[in-house]
Each structure stands twice: as structure tokens, then as C-alpha cells.
Design a binder for this molecule. Structure first.
Ligand code: FAD
Length: 407
């Protein structure tokens, strides 16, 4: 059986749900296929930046179920800085923590309410015509023809391979692991990020450990690491989490893990994010900030943009999507990836991190970067600093890439 819709979305995470909500509310016919069941979990830190809160507000998703967050506590060695989310005029001055099981359910329920036809436990594959155009989605139940196929499948897998939209093998990526623990500080109003973490051998890790309070008796504890470090393939994330756990055990008075710690990939690039008849959004497009591993906000934004451009003009939507995503994010993400190579050198990392948290002015900029508040159009000191960093790191980039393995 073949059905016909305006937009077929593969993947019902935040990015796919954002496309579905936006397009269905505007009257487009939308099918979402999601291989998981309703309320499936996603391995995540559950942290919502002010940028993510802005996107959820734009989608009119009430945040009643989320724990309100006022700012970020950054820790580098013995230095601790507690900073409120800034007033930017562009994003609200608060974030949130919302466990993904509940956040993703709220989003996909909103898509259903908007009129999207959401099919759980249904895996989809793009149908590619002889001329290379993606014309729809194949499922076990039948084919769905679509004016636009949106790949919202998260970290690259089979769908990315079919589309040729995999991670760029020359660019960094991340791995992160998380668990939930009980803590009397579950309703702390700050995200906590420890930028100086070491593995069980004392090796400095380019990445950070986090305590993200959920406000429901539990805290999301996790660590993430970048592929630019020496010995990345041997890194044991479970043991890294144990090391971080012992660092925070007393100050957070944490109990045992409530479930087995689980790890997942953080894609930070994609060789392609559009083609005839299709676009990739969210993690499937490599839209994750290499400096903090966060991507829910970018997923929501790219999801909405894909829908808006299709509604405006289906024929040109994929090219315009690619261009506009590039204008908004490419410069910042490129700088972030170069920064990932910098902190892959342990001595550069230690010096850089002391600098990043050392003075109020620089810590404020670090805060904006960690809050995904900076992109290509950001005015003020943070935007200027990122543009200067982009040019400086561009010059140093070939050396940093070549030397990282011997660092
Ligand atoms: C440990 C960890 C911690 C993180 N912490 C944070 C954080 O605190 N804040 C933050 O902003 N970001 C964080 N991230 C990143 C964040 O999780 C992602 O950026 C975000 O989930 C991207 O959303 P998405 O909709 O693009 O993809 P996903 O949320 O991965 O959703 C993709 C969906 O597609 C479905 N799917 C895949 N293939 C198919 C198929 N063939 N057919 C049908 N369905 C399919 C999957 O089942 C899944 O539901 C973290 C990531 C990790 C790994």
C-alpha cells in the first residue's frame, strides 16, 4: 500500500517532533515513523539551555513538567564559578532539566494533537529513485510517498548511510554516559559542569562531568569525552563515570545508580544534510555543540526551519534549508570542532580551562558558549570572541590535528 503526504519524518525525537508540530499546525499532512515505542527513553543529560527553552516556547510546549534552572556552576580544579544565565534579549534567562522520557513524550503528543500521524514501533528507510531523488519512506507496513522526507534519526545509522549523510570521519565526535541517582540536592537551581576530569589512570579528559538536577528526587549524573584525546578508543566510560562519581559523591550526597549507566554517541558533523527531496535535522545533521555536547535546542530549531521552508516553497526547501542552517551554525560549529582539537592536547586543555573560568569576563563568555547562546549572528563580546577564535584556530588547525595523537 502506498500513501501520500506532504512531509514524512523518520525519527520522533525532539527534532522530528518539532518539524511535525510546526508543519501539521500549518495544515500540512505529516507522518512520523518512530522505531521506539511511545515514551521511549533517550540517553541524555536532560539539560535544556535557555536556547532550548526559547524553542519550546515558540512551539507553545508548556514547561510545567520541567525543573527550572537559573544558571551554570562551572568547576575547574579548585575554582568554582556560579553564573546566572544571562539576559540576552534573544533567549529567556533560564533553562531547565526535563528527563527525556517526559520531554520527548510531551513533544510527540503535541505533534499528534496538531494532526500529525505518528506511528510508533515503525522503522523507516528513505526510498531513493533512480535519479537519486528521495521520494518517500519505506516501512514494513508499506511505502509512504512524500513531498519532503526529513531524516530526524539522531546519531548516524542506516538512514544516514542510505542518504550519504554520515559523520565526517576527519572531524571530532563525542561519547557520553549517564545515570540517575537520588540526592537531597535534586532541586538545586544550577546545572553543574566540572571541566577538569580525569580517568582512573589520572589522564586528563577533554570533556566534562555533569550533575543536572531533575527536581523529582533525582539528579542526572554523567560524563562526556571528545574523540580528539590520545587513547580515546581505550577510554572506559563506565570507569570514567565512577571516577567522576567519587569526585561529587560527598558534595551531592548521592545514592547508588538507579539504573545501569548508558552511553551514546554525539555526532558533531555531517558530510551532507540535504539532497533532492530530503533534509537531515538535529543530530542527524551533526548539529551538536562540540564544546558541551548539547543539541536539543539545535534539533528543535532545525526541525522548525525545515517545516517552515517546505511550507513556503517545497521545491527549493532542501537547498534553502542547507544554506540557512549553514549561515546560522556552521561558523560556530567549525570553531567548536577546532576547539575540540585544542583541548585534545592535555597541556593546552589545562591552561585553557583555567583561563576559561579564571576571570569573570572570560567566564561570562564561556557561559554563553556552554549555554548554546552563541551562533554566527551573536552580537557583543561572546560573538566577537568566537569570530576571533574562529580565525585564530583556523591558522592553528592543521598543526593541532597533526600533533594531537602524539600529545
Ligand atoms: C549522554 C548524552 C548526554 C546529552 N546531554 C544533553 C543535554 O543535557 N542537553 C542537550 O541539549 N543535549 C544533550 N545531548 C544531545 C541530545 O541528546 C541530542 O542532541 C538530541 O537528542 C537530538 O535530538 P534528535 O531528535 O536529533 O535525535 P534523537 O533524540 O536521537 O531522536 C532520534 C529518533 O529517531 C529514531 N530513529 C532512528 N532511526 C530510525 C528509523 N530508521 N526509523 C524510525 N525511527 C528511527 C530513534 O528511535 C529516536 O527516537 C546528550 C547526548 C548524550 C549521548
Amino acid at each position: 500500500m502506498t500513501e501520500r503526504v506532504d512531509i514524512a519524518v523518520i525519527g520522533g525525537g525532539p527534532a522530528g517532533a518539532a518539524t511535525a508540530i510546526r508543519a501539521a499546525r500549518a495544515g500540512a499532512s505529516v507522518i512520523v515513523v518512530e522505531k521506539g515505542s511511545h515514551g521511549r527513553d533517550k540517553i541524555c543529560g536532560d539539560g535544556l539551555t535557555p536556547r532550548a527553552v526559547a524553542a519550546l516556547n515558540e512551539l507553545a510546549i508548556p514547561l510545567d513538567g520541567a525543573h527550572h534552572i537559573d544558571g551554570l556552576r562551572m568547576i575547574a580544579g579548585r575554582q568554582v564559578r556560579e553564573l546566572p544565565w544571562p539576559e540576552t534579549g534573544r533567549f529567556p534567562s533560564h533553562g531547565a532539566v526535563w528527563p527525556r522520557r517526559r520531554l520527548d513524550a510531551a513533544l510527540i503528543d503535541a505533534a499528534v494533537e496538531a494532526g500529525a500521524d505518528v506511528r510508533f514501533e515503525t522503522a523507516g528507510d528513505p526510498i531513493v529513485d533512480d535519479d537519486g531523488r528521495v521520494s518517500g519512506v519505506r516501512t514494513a507496513q508499506g511505502d509512504i510517498e512524500a513531498g519532503l522526507v526529513v531524516a530526524a534519526t539522531g546519531a548516524p545509522g542506516a538512514v544516514a548511510r542510505t542518504l550519504g549523510a554520515e559523520r565526517d570521519p576527519n572531524e571530532p565526535f563525542g561519547l557520553a554516559i549517564r545515570a540517575y541517582v537520588e540526592s537531597p540536592r535534586h532541586d538545586d537551581r544550577h546545572l553543574e559542569a566540572c571541566l577538569t576530569i580525569r580517568d582512573e589512570h589520572g589522564t586528563w579528559i577533554p570533556g566534562y562531568g555533569w550533575m543536572f538536577p531533575c527536581g523529582d528526587g533525582t539528579v542526572n549524573i554523567g560524563v562526556g569525552a571528545l574523540s580528539t584525546m590520545k587513547g580515546f578508543k581505550q577510554l572506559n566510560l563506565n570507569r570514567l563515570l565512577d571516577s567522576y562519581r567519587s569526585l561529587v559523591a560527598d558534595s551531592w550526597e548521592i545514592g547508588p545508580n538507579l539504573e545501569r549507566p548508558r552511553a551514546w554517541r554525539l555526532p558533531m558533523s555531517a558530510v551532507k544534510r540535504h539532497g533532492p527531496g530530503w533534509v537531515a535535522i538535529g543530530d542527524a545533521a551533526g548539529l551538536v555543540n562540540p564544546m558541551n555536547g548539547e543539541g536539543i535546542d539545535y534539533g528543535l530549531e532545525s526541525g522548525m526551519l525545515a517545516a517552515d521552508l517546505f511550507l513556503d516553497d517545497p521545491a527549493t526547501a532542501p537547498e534553502r534549508y542547507d544554506r540557512q542552517i549553514g549561515e546560522r551554525f556552521d561558523g560556530f560549529l567549525r570553531t567548536g570542532r577546532r576547539f575540540a582539537f585544542v583541548i585534545g592536547h592535555p597541556w593546552l586543555m589545562r591552561t585553557g580551562l583555567r583561563f576559561a573560568v579564571g576571570t569573570q569576563r572570560i567566564a561570562d563568555i564561556t557561559l554563553q558558549v556552554m549555554g548554546n547562546l552563541v551562533d554566527s549572528s551573536t552580537p557583543g563580546a561572546a560573538g566577537r570572541t568566537m569570530r576571533v577564535a574562529d580565525r585564530t584556530l583556523a591558522a592553528a588547525d592543521p598543526i593541532l590535528r597533526k600533533t594531537r595523537a602524539r600529545a
